[in-house]
Design a protein around this ligand. Structure first.
Ligand SMILES: O=C(O)C(=O)C[C@@H](O)[C@H](O)[C@H](O)COP(=O)(O)O
Ligand SMILES: [Zn+2]
Length: 368
């Protein structure tokens, strides 16, 4: 019996998210996702040594005539740059990639975002197949078609909506995932419960030990449920004209922290994306309570769960509240009239709020 689960994304872009063990070796699945004669595998220095050969062998089994090249970047958010994006385009040029070529994004969120953006721009758009190998990429960044690179000025400031042709999440790859990366992914999993479903938060509270221990069944369930929440929203609102913005809970604060720290990477003490979102969600919950939108008890519940997952919940030392507020002005949800925050009414029910006064945001950033 196959243990693969499939979640469907519908609407303007239709594709399957396949979740299960050993899928990187499934040539039938990859063959379905491939067109043309060229494939560029984009990966990073942690993931490529573990899985690139296997993916290449599977691609060859799927399409013996395929010309395959690889583009490997150093790991870390600091590499999600315009410079690396240009190098990815150069790799496509060297491959003589035609419009029916496929970019294969093998890795975590950084690889997926960068590879997806290169695919979005090469010859005005070629296919990208997402092969996420981190929990965060499986539950969030590989789904929905947001692709981007960062600028020093802010996170994901240059990018495009470019949905994948398929998402194939091989859960066996989670066995080699460092604990810190697993915990970062759990932050985005908690986010779905926080914004959509308090019952899912309860499920996470009950399964916290199993998830942290890397239990296959618990992780597969968390991935499938997360993908179901995300697929529903991006099917209805692929370009974030409305409800998709709820998926940004914690990100206005989190992105400001990431940018202000200069992004995670080699030799950097910066929080990674999931960690920054964990802090950001607690700040968003505290702002909700401070503005009278939500009970403070729900902030404590969220904070306790994130702490149980070993995630940070306070702003790292040395970051100035005014500097973080200035960063937030480049948040993509901001309007000419000011910032817009995703807040919550209670655990499991998020909403978008405009017109939050700066001094209330600063109070939260100052821990008041
Ligand atoms: O898919 C979305 O929509 C999200 O907001 C999911 C986020 O978790 C993800 O980090 C996303 O890349 C953030 O997008 P941005 O528009 O705030 O840059
Ligand atoms: Zn995120």
């Amino acid at each position: 019996m196959s243990t693969m689960r499939t979640v469907k994304v519908d609407g303007e872009a239709r594709y399957d998210i396949c979740i299960g063990p050993n899928l990187l070796g499934d040539s039938t699945l990859l063959a379905h996702a491939l067109r043309g004669r060229h494939a560029l595998i984009v990966s990073d220095g942690n993931v490529a040594p573990l899985y690139a050969d296997r993916v290449e062998a599977t691609l060859r089994a799927a399409r013996p005539a395929l010309t395959i090249a690889s583009f490997v970047i150093p790991p870390g958010e600091q590499e999600k740059t315009l410079a690396r994006f240009c190098q990815a385009l150069d790799a496509l040029a060297q491959l003589c990639a035609t419009r029916d070529a496929t970019v294969i994004a093998l890795g975590g969120g950084v690889v997926g975002d960068l590879a997806g953006f290169a695919a979005a721009c090469w010859m005005r758009g070629i296919d990208v197949v997402q092969l996420p190998t981190t929990l965060l990429a499986m539950v969030d960044s590989s789904v929905g078609g947001k692709t981007a690179v960062d600028l020093p000025a802010g996170k994901n400031l240059v990018g495009a909506f470019h949905p994948p042709r398929a998402v194939i999440a091989d859960t066996t790859t989670l066995r080699t995932l460092p604990g810190r990366e697993l915990r970062a992914g759990l932050a985005e999993v908690v986010k779905y419960g926080a914004i959509f479903d308090a019952e899912f938060l309860t499920w996470l509270e009950h399964h916290a030990d199993a998830l942290l221990a890397g239990d296959d069944a618990a992780l597969s369930e968390a991935i499938a449920r997360s993908c179901e929440y995300k697929a529903e929203v991006v099917s209805r609102d692929p370009y974030e004209h409305g409800e998709r913005a709820l998926l940004n809970f914690g990100h206005t604060f989190g992105h400001a922290i990431e940018a202000e720290q200069g992004y995670a990477g080699a030799g950097s003490a910066a929080l990674n994306h999931g960690e920054a979102v964990a802090v950001g969600m607690v700040l968003a919950a505290r702002l909700s309570a401070a503005l009278g939108h939500a009970p403070a008890a729900d902030t404590h519940r969220l904070q306790a769960l994130l702490q149980r997952f070993g995630l940070p919940t306070v702003i790292p030392a040395g970051l100035e509240p005014e500097a973080l507020l200035a960063r937030m002005r480049l948040d993509k949800k901001a309007e000419a009239a000011g910032l817009r925050f995703v807040l919550w009414e209670r655990a499991g029910l998020a909403k978008i709020v405009s017109g939050v006064p700066d001094d209330r945001v600063l109070d939260v950033l100052r821990g008041r």
